[in-house]
Ligand binder design. Sequence first.
Ligand code: NI
Length: 175
Amino acid sequence: MIRTILQLPDPVLRKVSTPVQKIDAEIKKLIKDMFETMYDAPGVGLAAIQIGVAKRVVTIDATRGDDEKDPMVFINPEIVSVSEEKDSKEEGCLSISEFYEEVERPSEVKVRYMDEKGETKEIDADGLLARALQHEIDHLNGVLFIDHISKLKRDRVTKKFTKAAKVNKRVAAAG
Ligand code: NI
């Protein structure tokens, strides 16, 4: 089921998500919904909190264009180590539609996580996958990519989205 993606400044996006204790039917359904929602958007990654579920679950597909799909799921992901080397790339977020800004992040990360079978795994990521993992793990901690840009730019985009949310609310109220 395609779920609604929460938009800035929804306070739910600032919640810290809780670890998954058991991979049950509910979590499996959540993962399925997250992939459907992410591919429909379309986006490179999605954190469960973006559809209003405060559980530490992330879906990512860092392939591009016509490449074969590579759906990846990370349960309770943790950054174990990061490279000293950093790079700066333009980033966006499905919860901050059509806003892009350069963000500097470590270029490589090692992440420990649980897969869908409940097995603990580690991955060494670079490039887009490394960036997506850091972006999505931030979401699990209530952090948005705009927290990594200048205050001036952050205030400006937050104001714009706050205004848009008010207009949408009025439209909804008017029926
Ligand atoms: Ni995001």
